[in-house]
Design a protein around this ligand. Sequence first.
Ligand SMILES: [Fe+2]
Length: 255
Amino acid sequence: MGWLSRWFRPGAEPAKSADIEPLDLSVFRYDFHSHLVPGVDDGAPDLASSLEMIDGLMALGYRGAVTTPHIMVGTYPNDRSTLELPFDALRQAVAERHPDFQLALGAEYFLDASVLTALRDGDDLLAPGGRLLFELAFGAPPEEGLLQEFLFEAQVRGFQPVMAHVERYPYWHGELHRFGDLADQGVWLQVNAASLAGAYGPEVQQAAETCIDKGWVNLLGTDAHGIRHIDALAASRVRPAVHRLAETARNASLF
Ligand SMILES: [Fe+2]
């Protein structure tokens, strides 16, 4: 069973016309958005699944990954104290299997009042390299004041805000200039490889490609919850937008 049959409904296929030579993904060095810690969110359910995804990343040329479990009040009540033990177990297993593969523990914070409070309280947030990865709701835009307050509080505290999978917020597909404004504000924008492979449909793919073409996107991520997302990463290598992103992506460190 290939990645196509895992991802696409019968009759639906990604755009093929403009596919080009597969990119050597080692240029990206690290995956900056992934759900590899087993059993803590809707990502890897067990260690074997985590290792399968990491095997795939290594085979594609990656040297490491920031794993970013969800933190969302009521749904994923994670924090450093709940995540460090399972992360350390994963890191030990990876060190034995792939000694050269580096792992960092981050998080994907859902933007709500609680993360703003955590910032203001000086909580020990999970932000390796200072990058603070946050996501918005898929169904409705954030309250503008909340987003701006969050960005302000993050930046004055020295964090680098990173907005996750900017192409997956359909309410802004008609207002992509918003992402240009955010980039101008110093926010780093991340897109998912699966979006560029067409896994979420043509609108999402188009939004991702437009943001890359405009030069607003800094980071590629797998947002890997399972091996299907590593398959999609492999598929994305032939997309011209991935080649363009490789030329402009941040050369960010892991930690
Ligand atoms: Fe994610």
